[in-house]
Design a protein around this ligand. Sequence first.
Ligand code: PEP
Ligand code: MN
Length: 337
Amino acid sequence: MVIVFKPGASLESKNKIRANLEASGFQINEINGVNMTIFGIIGDTSVLDINQYRVDDSVEKVMRVQEPFKRANRMFHPEDSIVKVAGVPVGGNKLQVIAGPCSVESEEQVCQIAAAVKIGGASMLRGGAFKPRTSPYSFQGLKELGLDYLKAAREATGLPIVTEIMSADMIERYVEDVDLIQVGARNMQNFSLLKELGKIRKPILLKRGLSATIEEWIMSAEYIMAGGNENVILCERGIRTFEQYTRNTLDLSAIPAVKKLSHLPVIVDPSHAAGMWWMVEPLAKAAVAVGADGLIIEVHNNPECALCDGAQSLKPERFARLMGELKGIARIIGRDL
Ligand code: PEP
Ligand code: MN
């Protein structure tokens, strides 16, 4: 972090800032120009509140040289992290595809879809039990019964299960029953939930918030990691922009950006980005081409009657065909699927 003082800043105000930083264990490298003084601050400045220094009257500007996140930062962890989900490695050379319905609707439905996506080549099963719906009158999920049905599908297929958590009071049950705990876009900045998830060691799938910047998203991962849970997988699912044609705008540039900034694995959800089933296929291919470590795709055996997100769900046959095509793209960029 660098503090640039205003021309003519008094020695007293500079010394006050120096004393404050030194008391917290930082070293100061002072550069005196003709008109201005600059402090280069040496130490882990991720813990400093940059705005605290900006309000000082003697300060012209304060700049960060390092990102405000540490545990998630590639600078301190140059090699890619591999997060294991019930033995399935996410973040290595092999791409992992999570597939399944938006919501668990019945035991039969989720077991049928699980069997179909397994044949198609999925390595994990998704399914919402607690659903974050925009309207309180929409289907809210089967809740704990949904978790039971997901477990039945796991038992039948051997696929690890991925499902969204909505509140901290369910953590114990999720640790017991779920293989990968999803934090949805709407809860990306639910900091009390993130802190509680930092206390466990189950892997967390952290979706990008509806209007979150890349830095805000990684800072949310940092919340979980700061508590000691380093098992975080990021998921780009599209962001709000002025465009109305798609449900969200898939930010493909976030994939190489996150890969540069962080060592964490990052996967892509083309379903919630597109909102339309026919766009899932090209977006999934693009995601693999730009270096995503995997995908999460909504698949339904009867999309016309789905209780949630049928319009963006692939039928199992299309999913299987897409998987075949993705294998070819993975091969070209030197990865396995
Ligand atoms: C979902 O995965 O079903 C979901 C609700 O996703 P998001 O949080 O990305 O909207
Ligand atoms: Mn959905």
